[in-house]
Design a protein. Structure first.
Lengths: 113, 113
């Protein structure tokens, strides 16, 4: 069964450092999402791509976060500089197209010291 | 208005019992209501979903009850098993051009053998 792949699975960094996460969606899925899940809360959408275009980045802290999906396949989420409050699980999801079921990857757990 | 309120925060059920998790929303534009199951260290996985034109949907031991007038929906897990122990999230899709999911805060379910 095809799955969304994410790496790394765990990342420990110091505040003010740069950190990057990678996501490879299910093959053929046009829509890709990045969510942030703080411990004890539900996931919150950061950014949504349709192919290589950003559809929704209204909740992305653009002063420090950036996301790209250059070829409309895999995607990278970057934080620079990282802050203590960025410690969370970063989840990637994909769907065949807009309005279709979202399938989540295992996530990257980030700890900022 | 974009919130989805979920209760209880945690739930302990005996094996074979019924687990019930409730969610409420305000935004009548929501058009799709999925439930996700999340095990520790894993990403959320779609369990069952319903649209507002249906009052009930059943898949195996899992049933969603939907009350459009009350703006509430609930997940019922019949014959609960220890393997059902996980965190459950309700969600609602915001409608419009994006597939943005608004998640509840989650319910930690423990099924005791």
């Amino acid at each position: 069964e095809a799955e969304v792949a994410q790496s790394p699975r765990y990342k420990i960094t110091e505040k003010s450092q740069a950190v990057a996460f990678w996501c490879d969606p299910i093959s053929g899925h046009a829509t890709l999402y990045w969510y942030r899940q703080i411990l004890g809360q539900g996931p919150e959408l950061l950014v949504q791509f349709q192919d290589e275009s950003v559809v929704d980045d209204s909740q992305l802290p653009k002063d420090r976060f950036s996301a790209e999906r250059l070829k409309g396949v895999d995607s990278t989420l970057k934080i620079q500089p990282a802050e203590l409050g960025d410690s969370a699980m970063y989840l990637c999801a994909s769907s065949v197209d807009l309005l279709e079921t979202q399938y989540f990857g295992p996530g990257t757990r980030l700890l900022v010291l | 208005q974009q919130q989805v309120k979920q209760s209880p925060q945690s739930l302990i059920v005996q094996k074979g019992g019924i687990s019930i998790i409730n969610c409420a929303y305000e935004n009548t534009a929501f058009d799709y209501f999925p439930w996700y199951q999340q095990f520790p260290g894993k990403g959320p996985a779609l369990l069952i979903a319903i649209r507002p034109d249906v009052s009930e949907k059943k898949e195996g031991r899992f049933t969603i009850s939907f009350n459009k007038s009350a703006k509430q929906f609930s997940l019922h897990i019949m014959d609960s098993q220890p393997g059902d122990s996980a965190t459950y999230f309700c969600a609602a899709r915001g409608g419009g051009a994006t597939n943005k999911l608004i998640f509840g805060t989650g319910t930690l379910l423990a099924v005791q053998p």
